[in-house]
Structures are given as structure tokens and as C-alpha cells.
Design a protein around this ligand. Structure first.
Ligand SMILES: [Zn+2]
Length: 651
């Protein structure tokens, strides 16, 4: 936390001056000495944990929502350390909320025994197991966030992540600890998971025994309104949409929508030529009461969008890459994983430096597959690329911070706990979208050098299409990546990525657009799909006046949620906490603002904005005359249309 660092700096300064003072008296060796750290938590070893841990989770109190947990852990007498998972795969950070664990009581032979939390590691609990004890009985609660948007548990739906509801013994690889999990649901609720069911007795579900590794990788969705949709292209590749909605009618899918999702499975198969699951389940919440989600797992994914995903198809173009992205992760991220992102258990720190491959290449393949399956039209897919490139043309953060450094963002965010005030300058998780441009650059480069004989599809087959049917993770390094790319198409790939990823590079990586046969242009025409978009997340004027505003102004003004660093309104004095009240002396509304920008294009008069910050009113005169500047890709005739080839469905 920044404030803590300031405070430490202040102490250091004060201490330095004290040292000078004590030197006068010849006592420079006096003063406190550090207290030794407590004994470390046992490091995990690749050996089996003796016995199977029984885990029983009661999810019936969804109204509060409080989850009651009972756990039986086979033990021997002596010291044991139990861990609450800290580092969650896919979150890439130590973000599991241990503070939400409460009511922990540990019993041995029917009697309560003490536990002591580690003084340094808040996720570790030390217990001295009495002689003659063969099992510990644990009871505790997981207090899910009260607001369903934050915790994703409401009185109609629950996203149960096992990492929230278990403690496990330190000292063993997660794949060597066996669990027997069971779950009690509210009466009448349905459920879906990639876990196999051993038995179901009313609302009590017993799952087959599984390793801790697979358990944490296999969340359960449960709820009132459920529908399972078969996307399998054949019996050898079972894939399902497991839909949970606020209302039953939101589960209705048109034939066309169903076909796009079936196409996705087919196109993914044509890309990777392998799979690493018995059956794959898209666990998918369609809800306006719980928040959205996208989290990858080996044999499933936790997905969540607004309730109208199927019922207002035109409104959801921006979210259409969600399922392609998470599904791609079954290959890149789960089956194959950067070596330093693989950890033996959930309390060993991860290292994120290859997130530009783990997330960035997944983002690229995900976007390509979104177009190839028909979930986005080719034009919508091109608009998406134009938007990404335009956002970097207007964000100066790239002038001081490399793309590689943004892979530290999950750690920086989990330390600060608050979103960045100036993301266009500080940068954010850019290893997703900026890497999209880097991988487009690489794909078009391979196509250019090989005279369209090779592409990043060949790399997908070579790198991910191995060990068909195997679940065993195969890790990769930067060197492995470069070597595989060189097998597809010889080139100095190490230098290619050094320049684009590891060096500070103020040039936006747009070579892929040019080599793809297009150029980035800006004009006043708003893409059709954008007109249908749900505006509750805000309306962006980032490429024009340089800010994003949320709300239409009926309730006292639109909230400014982001101001582009060094953009026109930034220079005029706008900050992200302001409310936009009026535009050119007219009450603020999105259409009023849009009209004002168009009018200013034909005049020299500045745009007058009335803003409110706290009790203060501020008038800004913004001398801006360049129009709405919606980004688009424009075809450059007489060049090879490689981008069209990339976005076209594979036969
Ligand atoms: Zn991802």
C-alpha cells in the first residue's frame, strides 16, 4: 500500500538522523535488532498425503449468504499447518479472501483444540495435534460478500468456488492430496460442474473423490433456472453450455445463436487438433443481479454476462469473445502453462512474466475464433481491432512502461486494492489487449514470410495440439515459444518479442493491421453494433474529448469514470471524480454531448462543459474540433487481405 511505504520512508529518514546523532556519542551499533521470523510453512513435496479429506459444504443459506463447512482431515499427532488457498490460478495474484473465513473450530477426539494463525502468512493456521488423534474435525463458515455482484451468490444462483470453502495440509503437492467433496443445495436447485457425481440424495450431492488440484479447478454453478445445451460436434467431443438465468425466458436460444456456439467448438478443434477433457462445461450465468465473470479451468469455465445475452443478441457484441477466450484457455493456460505460473500448491507465489502469452495469445485466438464461429461478423471483428489500436493511440502510458511490466498488474492491483485513477498513463492489464496487436503482428509476419503457406494456426497445432487426451500440464518458457515459432517459420522471434514486449516502445504495434491489408481511420460514423450496446457501463469519448461518462444525467449528471491522460479535457482540467452537468448550457445527455462535438467540428467555438465536484461547480471550455473520431479499419486496395484470411472460418 502506498501510504505504508511513505510511512516507512518517513521512519527511515528519522532513523538516519538519529544515527548521525548517536554517532556523536560513539553508539552507532546500538539500537533494536530484528526479531527472527517464525518458522516457515512447510514447503510442498511431491508425495501422497495419507488418507482422504472429507469436505462437506452447506449452501442452503443463500439468503445471507453464509456457507457452512465441515471438514475431516486424517492426521497424525504433532505439528500440522493448514492452508487456506491464497494464489488462485487465473487470478494470477494472492487474492483469495481469507478474511471471509470465520468461526473456525478445530476438534480432536471430540474436544476443541487451539489453532494459531501464522504471524506473517495470514493464510496459514498452525495446530499441535494431540497424541492418539487420527483425524481433525473442522467447522467454519465462508461469509460470501453480501452484495451478489461481488460474491456471485444470490437467492437464485450460486457460483461455488471450492477455494473459498476448504483448508488443506501444507507440505504436499496439491495433486497428491485427495478430497471427497459433498455439497448441500437449497431445495429444488439444479447444478452443473465438470466434477463427476458419485451419488445424489435429494439436495445432497456427493462428488467422486478427486485431487485438490482438480477440485479447485472444478467449481459448481447452481441455481433455480437451469438449462443444459449440447454443443458437441460428436460423441468423442462432449461440450455443453450450462446456463443459469435470473428468469426462465432468458434461457431461450434461437437456432442461429445455437449454431454460432456449435461452430465455436468445431473451429477450436480445427485450430488445436487435440483436447484435454472428458467433457467440457461452459458454466454460464445470465444475470443482472450477480456480476459478470470469466475464469478458465481445464474442463470448464466460469462465465457470466448480463441476463440478455441470448434475448437481446444485438446488444452483446462486446461480450461475444468471452466463451472463445475461456475455452481457448483449456489449451493455453491450463494444459500448457508458463513454467513459472505453474505452482505445486495454492500458497506458493506465481510469477506472471509470460502473461502476454498466457492471456495475450489466448485473447488473440479468442478474438479470431469469435469471428470464425460467427459470434461476431468480420466487420465487428475488425472494429474490435480498431478499438484496441485506437485506445493505445490515445493512451500515453506506453511511453514509460513496457508491455512486459504490465504483467505485474495483478500483483499491483491486489496490493493497492483500488482501481487506477489514470489507467491511460499508469497502464492496466494491457497484456490482454496490447498483446492482441502483438500476436496479430506475429501472425501476419508468418503469413508474409511463408507466402501464406504458414500461419499462427500451424503454431497452435504444433504447440498445443500435443498429448491428445492427456490432462497432465506441460509447461513452457520463452525459449520454448521462440523455438516452436522458428519451426513454423524461421525468423528472429526472440528479437521480435524483445522489441514489442520487453522494451518501452512509444510506437503502437500496428504492423499487423498494415500487413493485414488495412489502415486505422477515424470518422463520425458510430458502428451499428455500438448503438445497440448496453450503456450502463459508460459511454466512451476516449478518442475524441478524452473521457468516459456513465449515466445520462437524469439524476444530477453523468459520472466521469475515466479521463485520458493529456487528452483535450485532461488539459482543460477534468478529473475522474466529476459529474458532468451541462454541455453548451444544455442539460447533459449523451446525444446532447454528441451533437455538441459534431457542431464544434464546423466552428471555432470551444465546447463548454459544466462540471460538479463535491459542492463546487466548474466550467471548462474545451477547444476541440476534431469530431467524434470512431475508429475503423479501412481496406487498403491492392494489398494482400491477410486479415480477412485470419478471420475466415477454417474448412
Ligand atoms: Zn484469460
Amino acid at each position: 500500500m502506498p501510504r505504508r511505504f511513505f510511512w516507512n520512508g518517513f521512519i527511515a529518514a528519522a532513523f538516519a538522523s538519529l544515527c548521525i546523532a548517536s554517532n556523536i556519542y560513539g553508539q552507532n551499533s546500538a539500537g533494536p535488532q530484528p526479531v527472527p521470523l517464525p518458522p516457515a510453512v512447510p514447503a510442498p513435496v511431491d508425495a501422497p498425503y495419507a488418507g482422504t479429506i472429507s469436505l462437506s459444504v452447506d449452501l442452503t443459506n443463500v439468503n445471507a449468504p453464509i456457507l457452512n463447512v465441515h471438514e475431516t482431515i486424517p492426521v497424525r499427532s504433532g505439528e500440522i499447518t493448514l492452508l487456506y488457498p491464497q494464489w488462485l490460478p487465473g487470478a494470477h495474484s494472492p487474492s483469495n479472501r481469507v478474511a471471509n473465513l470465520a468461526g473456525l473450530v478445530v476438534k480432536a477426539n471430540g474436544k476443541s483444540i487451539p489453532w494459531v494463525r501464522d504471524r506473517v502468512n495470514m493464510w496459514a493456521f498452525h495446530i499441535d495435534v494431540p497424541k492418539g488423534t487420527t483425524a481433525l474435525e473442522l467447522n467454519f463458515q465462508y461469509l460470501a460478500p453480501i452484495k451478489p455482484q461481488q460474491g456471485r451468490i444470490s437467492n437464485r444462483f450460486a457460483d461455488l468456488t471450492w477455494n473459498s470453502v476448504l483448508l488443506y495440509p501444507a507440505g504436499y503437492f496439491a495433486r497428491r492430496i485427495q478430497f471427497a467433496p459433498e455439497l448441500r443445495l437449497p431445495e429444488g436447485w439444479k447444478f452443473a460442474s465438470s466434477l463427476d457425481t458419485k451419488a445424489q440424495n435429494g439436495n445432497l450431492i456427493q462428488f467422486e473423490d478427486t485431487s485438490l488440484n482438480t477440485l479447485i479447478d472444478s467449481p459448481v454453478y447452481a441455481g433455480v433456472n437451469y438449462k443444459r445445451v449440447d454443443l458437441s460436434p460428436g460423441p468423442d467431443n462432449p461440450v455443453y453450455l450450462d446456463l443459469f438465468a435470473d428468469q426462465p425466458e432468458q434461457l431461450e436460444i434461437t437456432r442461429e445463436e445455437l449454431q454460432y456456439h456449435k461452430n465455436l467448438v468445431i473451429q477450436v478443434q480445427k485450430l488445436f487438433h487435440s483436447r484435454h477433457y472428458d467433457h467440457y462445461d461452459f458454466l454460464f450465468s445470465l444475470s443482472d443481479s450477480v456480476g459478470g465473470k470469466g475464469l478458465e479451468h481445464h474442463q470448464s469455465s466460469e462465465d457470466g454476462t448480463a441476463a440478455n445475452y441470448f434475448t437481446d443478441w444485438a446488444a452483446g457484441v462486446a461480450d461475444r469473445d468471452l466463451l472463445p477466450h475461456e475455452y481457448t484457455h483449456s489449451w493455453n493456460g491450463k494444459f500448457r502453462r508458463p513454467a513459472d505460473l505453474w505452482t505445486p500448491n495454492f500458497n506458493v507465489p506465481m510469477q506472471n512474466d509470460l502473461l502476454w502469452v498466457y492471456e495475450g495469445l489466448t485473447q488473440y485466438y479468442g478474438d479470431v475464433l469469435t469471428a470464425r464461429s460467427g459470434l461476431r461478423t468480420p466487420e465487428q471483428a475488425r472494429d474490435d481491432i480498431a478499438q484496441v489500436a485506437a485506445s493505445y493511440e490515445t493512451s500515453p502510458g506506453r511511453t514509460w512502461r513496457s508491455l512486459a511490466d504490465t504483467t505485474n498488474q495483478p500483483l499491483l492491483s491486489s496490493h493497492s486494492g483500488v482501481p487506477e485513477s489514470w489507467p491511460s498513463w499508469q497502464r492496466s492489464s494491457d497484456y490482454y489487449s496490447e498483446s492482441d496487436l502483438v500476436w496479430l503482428d506475429a501472425d501476419t509476419k508468418i503469413r508474409e514470410l511463408s507466402n501464406s503457406q504458414k500461419s499462427l494456426d500451424d503454431f497452435a497445432r504444433l504447440f498445443f495440439g500435443i498429448d491428445n487426451g492427456s490432462y497432465i500440464t506441460v509447461t513452457y518458457t520463452f525459449e520454448d515459444l521462440v523455438k516452436a515459432l522458428n519451426t513454423v517459420q524461421p525468423y528472429d522471434w526472440a528479437e521480435f518479442f524483445r522489441a514489442l514486449v520487453y522494451q518501452v516502445n512509444s510506437q503502437v504495434p500496428e504492423n499487423g493491421i498494415t500487413r493485414g491489408g488495412y489502415r486505422l481511420v477515424y470518422n463520425d460514423s458510430e458502428p451499428d453494433w455500438m448503438k445497440h450496446m448496453d450503456k450502463s457501463r459508460g459511454t466512451s469519448f476516449a478518442t475524441s474529448l478524452g473521457f468516459t461518462v456513465k449515466g445520462e444525467g437524469d439524476d444530477g449528471g453523468g459520472s466521469i469514470t475515466d479521463v485520458v491522460w493529456d487528452g483535450p479535457t485532461f488539459r482543460a482540467g477534468m478529473t475522474p471524480d466529476m459529474q458532468l452537468q451541462a454541455v453548451n448550457d444544455q442539460a447533459f445527455g449523451i446525444s446532447t454531448l454528441r451533437q455538441a462535438i459534431l457542431a464544434a467540428e464546423r466552428s471555432n467555438t470551444p465546447i463548454k462543459l459544466l462540471l460538479k465536484r463535491g459542492k463546487e461547480f466548474i466550467t471548462l471550455n474545451v477547444d476541440y474540433h476534431a469530431g467524434l473520431r470512431y475508429p475503423h479499419l479501412e481496406r487498403v486496395e491492392s494489398t494482400t487481405d491477410r486479415l480477412d484470411a485470419i478471420l475466415a472460418a477454417a474448412d
